[in-house]
Design a protein around this ligand. Structure first.
Ligand code: PGA
Length: 225
């Protein structure tokens, strides 16, 4: 199982230092299956029993890209795991051509990619989730060897209510019929639903937001695994 923590725009440098120490100490040995995505300002150069990833990056080494972070900056922290396509970044204007540019750049670097897809509530209510996801997946090379796909229905993110197990099963089975990349589910994963989500056959892990922001809570979720 892969346990990924999306800290989003939470944690200062100081609070993340405490978080990372606690989480790392709580993991018995170096475990590549735990990935934490802290905010850029909190990234640490210390070694931990988990992998640090980047929530975002600009598809260039460096240059005149005000406010952006290029691969040269990520390399300083030995970051080789990146998230692309999170719905909160899509909502800020990252469109399919830009996501493709980021994907292709990450592939050129050989980075591990967690590529996020997911539909909004209207698409879900319309019953057109699969068509929508197919379009999102058509943008990337599904045969890339270091690809992990995270299915995160937007209507379940940050609500406290995850999608139903039957629905997650149906959608992950659908995605796995298209590619052999490991699949994560994200959207209000927490200590009360981790067991049933983990039990889904085509689920290889979880992408956790809110319930990962406290190191003890995230450790509890991992340890149930
Ligand atoms: P959530 O966030 O666990 O708070 O729903 C998940 C995510 O946005 O990746």
């Amino acid at each position: 199982m892969i346990y990924a923590a999306n800290l989003k725009c939470n944690h200062t440098k100081k609070s993340y230092a405490d978080y990372a120490k606690k989480l790392s100490n709580g993991l018995s040995q170096n475990s590549n299956s735990v990935i934490v995505f802290p905010p850029f300002t909190a990234l640490s150069e210390d070694k931990f029993n988990f992998t640090q990833g980047a929530q975002n990056f600009y598809p260039a080494q460096n240059g005149s890209y005000t406010g952006e972070i290029g691969s040269q900056m990520l390399e300083e922290f030995e970051i080789t795991t990146v998230m692309i396509g999170h719905s909160e970044r899509r909502a800020l204007g990252e469109d399919e051509p830009f996501l493709k540019a980021k994907f292709d750049y990450a592939v050129s670097k050989g980075w591990d990619i967690i590529y996020c897809i997911g539909e909004d509530d209207i698409t879900h209510m319309n019953g057109s989730t699969k068509e929508f996801l197919s379009d999102q997946l058509a943008n990337i090379d599904l045969n890339y060897e270091n690809l992990v796909i995270a299915y995160e229905p937007i209507w379940a993110i940050g609500t406290g209510n995850s999608a139903k197990v039957e629905f997650i099963t149906e959608i992950l089975d659908f995605i796995s019929s298209k590619c052999s990349a490991p699949l994560l589910y994200g959207g209000s994963v927490n200590i009360t639903n981790i067991d049933e989500i983990k039990a889904i056959k085509s689920c290889d892990g979880v992408l956790v937001g809110t319930a990962s922001w406290d190191a003890d809570k995230f450790l509890e979720i991992i340890k149930k695994g």
